[in-house]
Write a protein that binds this ligand. Structure first.
Ligand SMILES: Nc1nc2c(c(=O)[nH]1)N[C@H]1C(S)=C(S)[C@@H](COP(=O)(O)O)O[C@H]1N2
Ligand SMILES: [Mo]
Length: 196
């Protein structure tokens, strides 16, 4: 019989409790991109929410004039790495939806470069998701999704679309890029919703 010593300090135990099943801590910030990093000038950047009745867009300056949140959160990638206590600045999805009305319950996030990922609207509202443009006090690096990415930290990180350019409201849940390629439709790291 053998067992693994998990460490005796309170801090280690706290770390363990923050680590979902099957995840390993990293201290660097891995880059995972399915294609090349697009080069997006903030002068050309635009963010659009499309609904059944029309659309609402913000350019960079309009977006920066919205209420900005500071977010400190753990992130979990389906490839088994987790990073604790990451810090971001961004606009919450709640703030964006103060300007939008929709009867649809599902969202497809669209990125510059063509990446897509699906998330139920309920999983983006209520202080759970942001369009983030700063990481660790610096403008978000292009390889990590700059100028702006979706941040949905309670789901596996593939839901956090880099280079996000908009949200499309949908009446039903449709699979995005990775979801069409075998990743789980929902992606809760605490339930290990990795693949289906
Ligand atoms: N546009 C776009 N967003 C994306 C991806 C991608 O390939 N393209 N990869 C996803 C995956 S699988 C992960 S784990 C995270 C990785 O983000 P990072 O490169 O900043 O660590 O971005 C997600 N968002
Ligand atoms: Mo990932």
């Amino acid at each position: 019989m053998s067992f693994i010593t998990r460490g005796f300090s309170g801090r280690s135990r706290e770390r363990d409790e923050r680590l979902p099943p099957g995840q390993t801590l990293v201290h660097d910030f891995p880059v995972l991109s399915a294609g090349p990093t697009p080069d997006i000038d903030t002068a050309d950047w635009e963010f659009t929410i499309r609904t059944e009745s029309g659309s609402q867009s913000w350019n960079w300056d309009e977006f920066m004039a919205l209420e900005i949140d500071e977010v400190s959160t753990d992130i979990h990638c389906v490839t088994h790495w987790s990073k604790l206590g990451t810090s971001w600045r961004g606009v919450s999805i709640d703030t964006l939806f103060e300007h939008v009305e929709t009867g649809y319950d599902y969202v497809m996030a669209h990125s510059y470069g063509g990446y897509t990922t699906n998330v139920p609207l309920d999983e983006l509202r209520g202080g759970k998701a942001w369009v983030a443009f700063e990481f660790d006090g610096e403008p978000l690096e292009p390889e990590h999704g700059g100028p702006a990415r979706l941040l949905v930290p309670h789901l596996y990180f593939w839901k956090s679309a880099k280079w996000v350019r908009g949200l499309e409201m949908m009446p039903t849940d449709e699979p995005g890029f990775w979801e069409q390629n075998g990743y789980h439709l929902h992606g809760d790291p605490w339930k290990e919703e990795r693949y289906w």
